[in-house]
Ligand binder design. Structure first.
Ligand code: FE
Length: 172
């Protein structure tokens, strides 16, 4: 499929102000499985926007049954919306299913799990700052920011034949 013919995902309205940045129109094909960047077993990330100016990013997290995102916290707010399936946090007694809006306050430690009965979960997340992985005592293990995400995606897109520059679709 030629680049021109690929379906596009428009995620912002046309810029109205002369000082506004260009429209974000991603020349990416949402049906192309290669857009999913593997994070760990059972977890993939679809980049939407890497904010290299303010330090944050937007992505869709995909988890298949039994997968989980390890215990972590963020230094700044995170917003999410479940697009498909359901997940829960080990630290809470509620379930986030399709259509649920999620707010992760700064400093709150959480572990995202998708149970075996959910074959596939998709959640949009807007993340500020970083993901700081912590151990059982809440001590920092390692952190991942927008530049780590960018490097991971660049490596993946090179490997799958889309080319390292594919990440430029997402960088602002
Ligand atoms: Fe989180």
């Amino acid at each position: 499929m030629s680049r021109a013919a690929a379906p596009v995902t428009r995620i912002s309205a046309p810029s109205a102000h002369p000082f506004s940045p260009p429209d974000i129109v991603l020349a990416t094909d949402p049906e192309d499985e290669r857009i999913w960047v593997p994070l760990k077993k059972g977890v993939w990330l679809r980049p939407l926007m890497y904010n290299t100016v303010q330090g944050g990013w937007c992505e869709v997290v995909k988890v298949t049954g039994g997968g989980f995102v390890s215990r972590h916290r963020h230094p700044a707010p995170v917003h999410g919306l479940v697009l498909k399936g359901a997940f829960r946090y080990l630290e809470h007694d509620w379930i986030a299913d399709q259509g649920t809006y999620i707010y992760e306050p700064p400093g709150e430690v959480h572990t995202l799990v998708v149970d075996d009965d959910c074959p596939e979960m998709h959640c949009f997340f807007a993340i500020s700052g970083s993901v700081n992985y912590v151990d059982e005592a809440g001590r920092d293990v390692r952190a991942e920011d927008v530049f780590h995400r960018l490097d991971r995606a660049r490596e993946h897109y090179e490997e799958v034949g889309l080319g390292a520059d594919y990440v430029k679709n997402f960088v602002r």
